[in-house]
Design a binder for this molecule. Sequence first.
Ligand SMILES: *[C@@H]1O[C@H](CO)[C@@H](O)[C@H](O)[C@H]1NC(C)=O
Ligand SMILES: *[C@@H]1O[C@H](CO)[C@@H](O)[C@H](O)[C@H]1NC(C)=O
Ligand SMILES: *[C@@H]1O[C@H](CO)[C@@H](O)[C@H](O)[C@H]1NC(C)=O
Ligand SMILES: *[C@@H]1O[C@H](CO)[C@@H](O)[C@H](O)[C@H]1NC(C)=O
Ligand SMILES: *[C@@H]1O[C@H](CO)[C@@H](O)[C@H](O)[C@H]1NC(C)=O
Length: 462
Amino acid sequence: MARCYCRWRNVFICVCTPCICMALLFVYVGIMVCTTIRNTTSLGTMGLYGSEITHFVASGNLRNKTSAPLPKTFWDIYPNGDALWNRLQLSIDRHFNPILCPNNIKRRLESSTFHETLLRQSFSGVIDLAKWRNFDRLPHLMQEFVRHMQRRDYPALFQPDGICGAGAKDEKGPPLLLLAIKTTELNFKNRQAIRKTWGKVGWVAGQGRNSSGGKEGGGYVRRVFLLGKENPEELGVNSSELLQMENKRYGDILQWDFKDTFFNLTLKDVLFWSWFSRVCGQTHFVLKGDDDVLVNTPKLITYLQEQLKKPQAQETIKDFMIGDVIGAALPNRVNNSKYFVPDSFYKGFYPSYAGGGGVVYSGLLTKRLHIMSKRVHLFPIDDVYVGMCMVRLNAQPIHHPAFLTFDFPGKEEENVCSYHRVLLVHKRSPSQIVQLWADMEKTQTQCWNVPLRDPVTNGNKL
Ligand SMILES: *[C@@H]1O[C@H](CO)[C@@H](O)[C@H](O)[C@H]1NC(C)=O
Ligand SMILES: *[C@@H]1O[C@H](CO)[C@@H](O)[C@H](O)[C@H]1NC(C)=O
Ligand SMILES: *[C@@H]1O[C@H](CO)[C@@H](O)[C@H](O)[C@H]1NC(C)=O
Ligand SMILES: *[C@@H]1O[C@H](CO)[C@@H](O)[C@H](O)[C@H]1NC(C)=O
Ligand SMILES: *[C@@H]1O[C@H](CO)[C@@H](O)[C@H](O)[C@H]1NC(C)=O
């Protein structure tokens, strides 16, 4: 009996000791992996703004149902390996994978040029254009994009006079809002309409009213136009002399030496972020829009000041981006569309992104986007690219129905106060902008207290 017991005890020890050891090892590895992931999801904040990620909930809502599935970890976003962009980005994301390469995370702040050389290296490491057999099958414009997609160090040809856009003189406080508007050399009329109407710089009164009905609030607004270059031979004139005169007069031209084409628009975002990070440190918010939008600047100012006053704003404003958010979009596969992206170039969903007609984000977020953009390969659709950088910052754009990048639904526009209920409307010609702005000034007293389009009902109820 005793011997039997002894034998069973030995078996017990032989079998169970390794089991217990393995279990302890698993627990240890599990804890290590979890802490590493926790530390690196706050990697987007670069350790500059505290460690906790609390998402900013402005009045507006995330489109829960239609949001693209957001992966827990940023490095397995693009598992579909064989498309060109996915392959390029995978090599970068691997490089910053905290488990595969923990040391790279520590090195990340050491040199700001580090990431740019890294993008180039990953390009030549992953792809040899001469041998990539799908290259010839890409549409011509996409080929042009791919040939230049590892370059982004284009020099500035014109920069604003002021430190941070037009309007820097005579200001007593830091700017509340910088209007950054994408335009082209030829769209002089659009720029002029914006300068005369919603894009006026200096002190702009908000639409808030205090208890006795007096106007309350307001903020300093600055303006900058973002341009690439037209081809002077195609144009037949040398536009840089005209632009020089325009810049002398208004001081709001920021132009870089790259060809102003649709697929190059992403360069405007990336280079603007870089410029902003250098010279606009104090600006609270940026409105990035096209030159064919109408913005209700007074309402926007009031709205932004409300966001700043919210509890926890200090902590959460670093993630703040608001606009017309498009979730779970797929790349356009219609080969004659302007937005066509073939599946040999990109596979998978697009991340949630704010429609590029107009979007507002915080100055803090702009600086973080600048840093993050150095490790995200350029993508030909600019708003999607911003969304890709946001995912890597672990931040999500917030949807607000007062951003109408696809115009008013139904007959809503006919309402007298319709334009007082929105922050931004897309697709208006210069003459329409001037007319609508004049109308808005006329109806201002009548409509001053109408609320913005309702975030809860998505503005469908009117
Ligand atoms: C989205 O999710 C948040 C939090 O989970 C919730 O408060 C909100 O009501 C949801 N919105 C919609 C439109 O379902
Ligand atoms: C409201 O604003 C007006 C003008 O801006 C000012 O004269 C008035 O004192 C303010 N009233 C209160 C109660 O703050
Ligand atoms: C256009 O004008 C600018 C400024 O006068 C000059 O520097 C540039 O060389 C001109 N470009 C061409 C193609 O003539
Ligand atoms: C973008 O600009 C660069 C520099 O001018 C040019 O070489 C390239 O062809 C442009 N890309 C596209 C897609 O037009
Ligand atoms: C574009 O798509 C159509 C129909 O899907 C196809 O017939 C055509 O060959 C395609 N064109 C190119 C250039 O790929």
